[in-house]
Design a protein around this ligand. Structure first.
Ligand SMILES: *Cc1c(COP(=O)(O)O)cnc(C)c1O
Length: 388
């Protein structure tokens, strides 16, 4: 098919041309005396993206899933109790991992479309008088449902209960795109991956740990090897890595950090909010609903609910086969019920209008009763009236 594929999945996201070019280079010696000139400033600049001054950042040759495991196995002891709310595929998988690793998992089921219930969290923590709960696992942006939870609210609930548990946050689809403030929110482990807001290929788990979490990692007894934070700390202090790094990935990350910091984190949050609002207006103009309940709407991904007698999988396959557009599928519990538009990373008004137009064509072809151009018109009006 002529023309390019239009990638509107919530990860991997579109990689800017500058980043692709930066990764296209010969392999190099990662034990050379000049390698730290590349790696040390990356670790320093990552702190600006995580909004931490007191924490420490890490890059593992892995994915976000490994990031969950780094936090669990480095900062907790075997069998420790962890608290998690399950409201989508990613919080589900994190819960499953914690179970597989032998932790005592207290999971609470929340309707898919909602996020972390702050009052219930506070009440549960107040109830935990002996402080059996050692970590709260919070999925900041549940990518499968397009739901964002308030991590500042989670911190408030923990403080109100005077609970000393560690706060682990899955920010794989939020960090580097929507507001994330590690220090201000008292996050102990912040987990991200390369292929969402960082606009890189998959293959790097990008993490930040608080001093409290790092202190815990010195004494915990959970067995760890490849994912050991202490091994990273020992090598990183001289600007090296405990095993072979993906040097093209690091050059790409260097460029992506340059782009992110040049735009400015607050501008990035505002851009994502504005782009997302245009999509939400388009959905409203179609007369459809999004999966996220009011107050939980995500600025990085929108899950759109198709009418009950229609199959979202048909919209996705039509979009791909006829119009060369990749949309996100509904996962497990919402399979066939929703399709998702990823609007994070290297994205602007006109790119996203392409997604909205393509979605309209695919929905019309799938027999969904919308007015052609209605969503595009609503988004155009919003983007025009708010363009700088
Ligand atoms: C993508 C994603 C993950 C998993 O990351 P992988 O890189 O696929 O391991 C975890 N959590 C959230 C919220 C995600 O969006």
């Amino acid at each position: 098919m002529a023309g390019r594929n239009h990638l509107y999945i919530p990860g991997p996201t579109n990689t800017p041309h500058e980043v692709l070019s930066a990764m296209h280079l010969p392999m190099e010696d990662h034990r050379s005396p000049i390698f730290p000139n590349l790696f040390k400033p990356i670790l320093a600049d990552l702190k600006k993206v995580f909004r931490t001054e007191t924490g420490q950042c890490f890059v593992y040759p892995a994915t976000g899933t490994a990031g969950w495991e780094v936090a669990l196995t480095n900062c907790l002891n075997p069998g420790d109790k962890v608290l998690i709310y399950r409201f989508g595929q990613f919080s589900h998988l994190w819960m499953e991992m914690a179970k597989r690793l032998g932790f005592d998992v207290e999971a609470h089921e929340i309707e898919w479309g909602k996020g972390i219930p702050l009052d219930a969290l506070e009440a549960r923590l107040k109830d935990d008088k002996n402080h059996q709960i050692k970590a709260v696992l919070a999925t900041h942006n549940e990518t499968s449902t397009g739901v964002t939870s308030r991590i500042d609210g989670v911190r408030k609930a923990m403080d109100a209960a005077r609970h000393p548990a560690l706060l682990f946050v899955d920010g794989v689809s939020s960090i580097a795109s929507i507001e994330f403030r590690m220090d201000e929110w008292g996050v102990d482990a912040a987990i991200s991956g390369s292929q969402k807001g960082f606009m890189l290929p998959a293959g790097a788990a990008i993490l930040a740990f608080s001093q409290k979490a790092l202190l815990a990692s010195e004494t915990t007894t959970y067995p760890r090897a490849f994912l050991s934070l202490q091994d990273q700390i020992n090598s990183n202090k001289d600007g090296y890595t405990p095993y072979t790094p993906s040097t093209p990935m690091l050059h790409g990350l260097r460029k992506s950090l340059d782009l992110l910091l040049a735009e400015g984190m607050d501008n990035i949050y505002a851009r994502h909010n504005r782009l997302a609002e245009g999509v939400r207006r388009a959905v409203a103009a179609w007369g459809l609903k999004i999966c996220a309940h009011p107050g939980f709407e995500s600025d990085t991904v929108t899950a759109i609910v198709v009418p009950a007698d229609k199959d979202a999988r048909q919209v996705i396959s039509t979009a791909f086969n006829k119009y060369n557009i990749s949309l996100g599928a509904g996962l497990t519990e919402v399979s066939g019920k929703v399709f998702r538009i990823g609007h994070l990373g290297d994205m602007n008004d006109v790119s996203l209008l392409g997604a909205i137009a393509g979605v309209e064509m695919a929905m019309l072809d799938s027999g969904i009763d919308i007015k052609a151009g209605s969503g595009v018109a609503a988004a155009i009006e919003y983007y025009r009236s708010t363009a700088q």
